[in-house]
Design a protein around this ligand. Structure first.
Ligand SMILES: *Cc1c(COP(=O)(O)O)cnc(C)c1O
Length: 471
């Protein structure tokens, strides 16, 4: 299996090179040159596999022989040993048409752990095997940063710097990142929003000199391995739900920001998983909803909502989907992305939009509705949704047809967003892991929203001696 760029100007690469490259060197995103197709017979064979076994089956199509099976097995076992539920991502029935896929049983209580626990192990493995220095640089709307830091904490040969938008993440999100006082962790709190953080990161990764000199590695969903790790739970959930819903169409409803999680579902679909529709749930930052309704992809004004991890206007992974939408034509993608950069928008024609509508639905949830849904599911089903998950449920309610069942993603634990839960007049008991954060000291540097300032901080960080990175 080789990997290529959506913009067509990167020589085909192997799996490990693709992981290390992160953002493609031509500014595009890396994708498999050919998507492997899983036959219906194989799917049946996978029905009773554990999460970890399923992970291995799927990854074996993608890692070539670059990682020996025994090593991969060990990494997968370690990655998921930190989860609090033996099923890793348990599927919970709520009604006879609705299931919730709980993705929040990892160390930081959000779905990012599912991919980032593995990515931490993988980077550590590559660092040891190849003597690679790994300097992770990432932007976060709150959850990626915490999950990535937990994923690499205490691992030799790795340093990590995370940019988060100052005072635009929840209290628990901030604490999960900034209470870590390890010498190999740097938290920069940027006076701006997530899109500012992501733009600076993309510029730094786009500066190949800087990237090479400082060994920069990506943890955001621009990195293909994150996308791939997230396909596993689509297969896992589908195989569970289909057992009792043999004749129903199965939809997924996905609380979305950067389009990473949805793209993982799209990849699963192209690999042959018989998913009916992918329902994209957004909050009031609804660029994706507007795209699905109108064919126009154009950022609107940034809004702070109760679901801060989805407060994103520019959805990086949209480019991966665009590649398939235009018939795997990298030149067309380049032209569209240039237009987006120059004119701030992309418009897709009516014919291609028919294709989009066959595969996706989308719904943007208003702040008030989000809280209503949380209250309603607590009252009627004794199930407490976090505000991101509530957006997914609202979208499911808007788009559920006859003879369809839906797997709606619980992307975070409600304890991470107690601010919103309190507004619903609901008291929750915080898990001990979160409770203990509330009294810990914080370590972070508040910086201006400027690339030069970030570069200065990074250079100081990389020149600082820490006992963990000398190898
Ligand atoms: C990151 C995140 C999302 C959005 O996922 P994308 O892959 O960026 O679309 C949704 N909910 C929560 C809780 C998140 O942390």
């Amino acid at each position: 299996m080789k990997y290529i760029s959506t913009r067509g100007n990167v020589e085909p690469r192997g799996f490990i090179e693709t992981v290390l490259m992160g953002l493609a060197d031509d500014g595009g995103l890396m994708i498999p040159a050919e998507i492997p197709v899983i036959s219906p017979a194989t799917l049946v064979e996978w029905e009773n596999l554990s999460y970890q076994e399923l992970f291995l089956e799927i990854f074996l199509y993608y890692v070539n022989d670059e990682i020996p099976l025994e090593d991969l097995k060990e990494m997968v076992a370690k990655s998921y040993s930190t989860f609090r539920d033996p099923a890793i991502t348990p599927v919970k029935p709520i009604t006879d048409k609705l299931y919730v896929l709980e993705l929040f049983h990892g160390p930081t209580f959000a779905f990012k752990d599912v991919a980032l626990q593995f990515m931490g192990e993988l980077y550590s493995y590559i660092s040891k095997k190849q003597g690679e220095i790994i300097h992770i640089l990432g932007a976060t709307s709150g959850d990626t940063g915490a999950a990535a830091i937990q994923g690499v904490r205490g691992k030799e040969g790795i340093r990590i710097c995370v940019l988060h938008p100052h005072q635009k993440v929840s209290k628990v999100q901030e604490l999960q990142m900034t209470t870590v006082n390890d010498a190999n962790v740097l938290n920069l709190s940027v006076k701006g929003n997530f899109d500012d953080c992501q733009r600076i990161i993309k510029e730094l990764f786009g500066d190949l000199g800087f990237k090479g000199e400082h060994h920069l590695r990506a943890i955001n969903s621009i990195n293909f391995v994150r996308i791939l790790a997230q396909t596993v739970y689509y297969f896992y959930a589908y195989l569970q739900v289909v057992k009792t819903n043999k004749d129903a169409s199965i939809n997924f409803s996905i609380p979305s920001g950067n389009f990473g999680n949805v793209f993982s579902g799209y990849l699963a679909k192209r690999m042959g998983l018989p998913v009916n529709k992918l329902i994209i749930a957004t909050n009031e930052n609804n660029i994706l909803e507007r795209f699905i309704q109108t064919g126009e992809y154009k950022p609107g004004d940034f809004l702070s909502t109760y679901s801060p991890s989805m407060d994103i206007q520019i959805a990086s992974n949209f480019e991966r989907y665009l590649y398939y939408l235009v018939g795997e034509d990298a030149e067309k993608v380049s032209a569209y992305m240039k237009k987006f950069q120059d004119e701030g928008q992309i418009v897709i024609g009516a014919e291609a939009m028919q294709q989009v509508h066959a595969e996706f639905a989308a719904y943007g949830v208003k702040n008030a509705e989000c809280l209503q849904v949380i209250s309603k599911y607590k009252a009627n089903h004794e199930y407490l949704l976090d505000p991101h998950t509530a957006c997914g449920i609202a979208a499911y309610e808007t788009y559920s047809g006859d003879n369809e069942v839906c797997v709606s993603f619980a992307t975070a634990h409600p304890a991470k967003f107690d601010e919103a839960i309190k507004l619903c007049n609901i008291e929750q008991v915080l898990p001990a892991e979160i409770q203990q954060l509330l009294v810990m000291p914080q370590y972070q540097t508040i910086v201006d929203n400027s690339k030069e300032e970030i570069v200065k901080q990074l250079e100081a960080f990389y020149s600082r001696a820490t006992d963990v990175v000398e190898n």
